[in-house]
Design a protein around this ligand. Structure first.
Ligand code: SF4
Length: 69
């Protein structure tokens, strides 16, 4: 497990936003820790058509803070 900080995909509202929020995503938001081998799809409009898969420690300038569960 690794600490996740603001600006990283694990805390971004676009991380896995195309599917229902899983317990794993909720846990990342509440603990700010994630398994770095996890992959999920980025739902940012500029990436969604490409089906970009990112890890919780990835990031980009499209970051928006995820709403807390
Ligand atoms: S790639 Fe950018 S927009 Fe997509 S989940 Fe990560 S920080 Fe958010």
């Amino acid at each position: 497990m690794q600490s996740i900080h603001n600006g990283q995909c694990g805390l971004c509202g676009h991380f896995g936003e195309k599917h229902a929020r899983t317990p794993q995503l909720v846990t990342i938001l509440s603990s700010k820790q994630a398994d770095v081998v996890m992959l999920d799809e980025c739902g940012h409009p500029k990436h969604a058509a490409l089906h970009l898969k990112v890890t919780p420690i990835s990031g980009c300038d499209g970051f928006v803070p995820a709403a807390q569960a």
